[in-house]
Design a protein around this ligand. Sequence first.
Ligand SMILES: O=C(O)C[C@H]1C=CC(=O)O1
Length: 95
Amino acid sequence: MLFHVRMDVAIPRDLDPEERTRLVTTEKARALDLQRSGKWVHLWRVVGAYSNVSVFDVDGTDELHDILWNLPLFPFMTITVTPLTEHPSALSANP
Ligand SMILES: O=C(O)C[C@H]1C=CC(=O)O1
């Protein structure tokens, strides 16, 4: 199943700088692993914001929840999930 996910990040300004670096570094490693696994198929920065829009290809809501819940920056993100289905006018639906 495909899901559009928006993540808005708000790391507290007073967070210890070393902890901030550790979280961002581990988040990046996790994001790269998930992209290599094929679960995190698109990752785009939203221009002008500490936000991303992403597309995940996972078995279902439980797997997506588990992935998002375990992201290192999860405590500092507001996440909006939109399930996707094929559009009937998409080229992929009209070979
Ligand atoms: O920077 C972000 O948008 C938050 C998060 C998503 C991937 C990553 O490396 O950090």
